[in-house]
Write a protein that binds this ligand. Structure first.
Ligand SMILES: *Cc1c(COP(=O)(O)O)cnc(C)c1O
Length: 362
């Protein structure tokens, strides 16, 4: 009996991307097996943390790495690391941040909502947020103005499709922080494949979600400078207690990192593009549908299917209401657009999506 039948759960075809309310991603059989091997075993958890640090450092070129519960936890803990600098007294005092640098500068156009606001993720540490610029953008002068304020603990930046307004020059922003001795953190949760590029901005800590494009169990991966990563890991004896990684998550991350390095990325990207282009050709045969291949806007080597249809909202609602329940990206239904990400889908699921599109649209 399938797990969906056993617990009376909807069968889902997820063409919505690495979306948390749908279970995010599919782990490979190899990762699932490593997790199953870990669950009945005991470990010295610090050793597991050290092996994860070595694996993340080796893959990214960073000095050190850490695994935490998820990226939302990573945001809180990375800020805490910059406020405490690893001082045990400060670590125990949080979220009371009296007598520590406790202000976090964040461009206002990078306030995002991934289920909650990243403002809350930052504030959970005890820090306060100073927004630079407005939701349409943040100039260098506006950023520097906030960085010149008192008690700045760090600069927080976001590399994501979810940001608004004019894109920020991340390299210039990190430099502006470093000129003032302020560390910079970049939340790049959905950009695991670009982690080395994001680190190349000079950021002190970079955060990515393992359960998104790495396909590990739910985990936040942190890569960055040795002292700040140690200060972040030290939070496990403080506010990070409830944000700790599980043993199965760390082992799953280790297995997923090994698999990632063994895969031929060029071939993988070509295969994924071929899958999208085949879908676009097939969807274009549906009357009154315009289908296109679009590239991820943030530089991720991921292509998606764009469908232009009349009444996009109704189409999405009917796809979700059927069995299996098909989810697509619906941020632009008002403009008559649906977007589909096909990476985790197999040939049968893709055939089902096309058949249902024919049924709903004709
Ligand atoms: C998904 C996401 C998060 C949250 O990541 P979790 O691992 O689910 O906590 C944070 N920031 C961005 C930009 C995201 O895309």
């Amino acid at each position: 009996m399938s797990i969906h039948d056993r617990y009376r759960l909807s069968v889902v075809i997820n063409a919505k991307g690495t979306y948390t309310p749908l279970g995010v991603s599919r782990s490979s059989d190899g990762v699932a097996e490593a997790v199953a091997q870990a669950l009945p075993e005991f470990f010295v958890m610090d050793e597991l943390g050290d092996r994860a640090s070595e694996a993340i450092a080796q893959l990214t070129g960073a000095q050190a790495g850490a695994v935490v519960h998820c990226t939302a936890a990573g945001i809180t803990l990375a800020v805490a690391a910059t406020m405490t600098g690893g001082d045990p007294r400060r670590t125990a005092a949080l979220p009371d941040a009296t007598d520590m640098p406790n202000r976090v500068v964040l461009p206002a156009c990078q306030v995002i909502d991934y289920g909650h606001s990243n403002l809350q993720g930052i504030r959970l540490s005890g820090a306060q947020v100073d927004l630079a610029g407005d939701e349409n953008g943040c100039t260098a002068a506006e950023l520097e103005d906030e960085l010149d304020g008192p008690d700045v603990a760090c600069l927080m930046l976001v590399s994501s499709r979810l940001t608004r307004g004019e894109p920020i020059d991340l390299v210039a922003a990190v430099r502006a922080a470093h000129r003032r001795g302020v560390p910079a953190i970049i939340d790049a949760a959905a950009q695991f494949p670009r982690i080395a590029d994001v680190l190349a901005t000079g950021a002190d800590l970079v955060l990515v979600s393992g359960q998104k494009y790495l396909g590990s169990p739910t985990a936040g991966l942190v890569a960055g400078s040795w002292p700040l990563v140690q200060a972040l890991r030290a939070q496990e004896k403080g506010i990070g207690r409830g944000m700790k990684p599980t043993k199965e998550a760390i082992v799953g991350v280790l297995a997923a990192l090994e698999e990632w390095q063994a895969v031929d990325r060029v071939k993988w990207e070509a295969d994924q593009l071929a899958k999208v282009e085949e879908f676009v050709a097939a969807a274009s045969r549906i009357p009154d549908v315009i289908a296109e291949t679009v590239q991820d806007p943030t530089g991720l080597q991921v292509s998606r299917v764009l469908l232009k249809v009349a009444d996009a909202k109704r189409v999405a609602t009917e796809l979700e209401a059927g069995t299996p329940s098909i989810y697509v990206m619906t941020d632009r239904t008002a403009e008559g657009e649906l977007m589909l990400e096909l990476i985790p889908l197999d040939a049968d699921e893709i055939a089902t999506v096309l058949a249902r599109l024919w049924a709903v649209l004709t």
